[in-house]
Design a binder for this molecule. Structure first.
Ligand code: CTP
Length: 403
């Protein structure tokens, strides 16, 4: 899946001959799963029609502050458009528009949107070679780059004028690859390895029966997806669940029992930077697994159970400078119990779930958590979807990783 999937992308089109390529760019962005809106400078409509771009983007195209053709002239709100965008790509970017962007000129809707945009701005210059080399163009590049805008370099080749040199707008495919690579490079968890456990464990009684629990794995999987979407490489060690992952940065290691999970986690721990143990690991396992199916001969059956190894606690002993996060499911004296667990297991952070809270716990799509840090900060959150809870946890870790 592309990092552009689901993103709101505003494409700015300015008046250069390369504007004809904007149609291909819109089509490719839509194919990548992006929501695309187009804002054009008035003169660019002479190079490519709004009808083409609106048909391909499946959205209205904006080129002036009011919709003049409409009798009930509607205000095209530049601030709203700018805030809608997760990314603003200006392609082609002419020397004229770049100079105006660099100097704060605001005489059309595209420029007003540019000045209002808080999202990353990419611009793909397109012009003839001498215009490209002109010191005033270089000055625009320098200024725009100093504002944090990202230049998608023009390529060298035959130009519309017939001359050969630098100034040809990057091809739509190149623009997309450039933006995707730039986003991936800047993700806050790029280069970070995260180990996550999820789901229940099943402890065999005999060849057909086991002791399990109601954990669905949703919380651990949501954390894995969130971390991967922010660039982390994830090893997700999961007990038996009915879930799958969508991000190729996640490697799922399927295990069944607490013992299997212990082994896999210890194999993967050394190379991780952060470990988040969200699995509901069985605390006890049958002392002996019957080799044949147990028959119902007697009226009662007594199973002897022995303690499993506490995976989280074992990691706490060897963690060194890794960040270790545990979960605590409590029913009474929640904060105090969670703080004790955090200390005892040598954690950096504990995520407390209280079964007393509505919307928290197993099987639900929501959760209510309180984060407790090793310096005793208690950060409560409202009931949220598990995806949102995953974001809160990961955002907290990002802050910790970047201090
Ligand atoms: N955990 C683990 N290995 C175990 C048991 C628990 O790694 N054998 C981890 C869980 O993944 C969770 C944390 O320990 O991150 C807390 O588990 P919990 O069952 O709430 O706490 P316990 O320490 O087992 O204590 P108790 O059950 O007595 O509350």
């Amino acid at each position: 899946m592309s990092v552009l999937s689901g993103k709101n992308i505003l494409l700015g089109v300015t008046a250069g001959i390369a504007a004809y390529k904007s149609a291909f760019l819109v089509r490719l962005l839509v194919k990548k799963g992006a929501n695309v809106k187009v804002v054009m400078t008035p003169t660019s409509k002479e190079f490519v029609t709004p009808l083409t771009l609106s048909t391909l983007s499946r959205n209205e195209v904006y080129s002036s502050f009011t919709n003049e053709e409409d009798d009930n002239a509607q205000w095209n709100n530049h601030v709203e458009l700018a805030l809608w965008a997760d990314l603003f790509i200006i392609a082609p970017a002419t020397a004229n528009t770049m100079s105006k962007m660099a100097n704060g000129t605001c005489d059309n809707l595209l420029l007003a949107v540019y000045l209002s945009a808080k999202c990353p701005v990419y611009y793909a210059p397109a012009m003839d070679l001498d215009m490209y080399k002109h010191p005033s163009t270089s000055e625009s590049f320098n200024k725009l780059n100093s504002f944090g805008n990202v230049q998608i370099p023009a390529s060298t080749g035959e130009l519309a004028s017939g001359l050969v040199g630098q100034g040809r707008m990057a091809e739509p495919e190149e623009i997309i690859s450039f933006v995707e690579a730039d986003i991936l490079n800047k993700l806050p968890l790029k280069g970070i390895e995260i180990l996550i456990t999820a789901g229940p464990t099943f402890e065999a009684i005999d060849p057909v029966r086991f002791i399990g629990n109601h954990s669905s794995g949703k919380m651990g999987f949501a954390i894995a997806e969130t971390a991967a979407s922010l660039g982390a490489r994830v090893n997700l060690v999961s007990g038996p669940v009915n879930l799958s992952v969508s991000n190729s940065l996640i490697n799922v290691v399927s295990v069944t029992s607490a013992k299997d999970m212990y082994v896999s986690v210890h194999q993967l721990f050394e190379k991780c930077n952060v470990a988040i143990l969200a699995a509901a690991v069985a605390d006890f396992t049958p002392s002996k697994v019957a080799s044949q199916k147990i028959k119902k001969k007697a009226d009662t059956l007594t199973l002897q159970l022995k303690k499993t190894k506490d995976i989280l606690a074992s990691l706490g002993k060897i963690k060194e400078d890794k960040i270790l996060v545990g979960f605590a499911l409590e029913t009474e004296n929640e904060i105090e119990n969670a703080k004790t667990k955090l200390k005892k297991k040598n954690l950096d952070l504990i995520v407390l779930n209280s079964l007393n809270d509505k919307g928290a716990g197993f099987k639900t799509d929501t959760n209510k958590v309180t984060l407790i840090t090793k310096d005793n900060k208690v950060i409560p959150f409202e009931v949220k979807s598990k995806k949102e809870v995953a974001k809160d946890i990961i955002q907290h870790l990002i802050k910790q990783l970047h201090v």
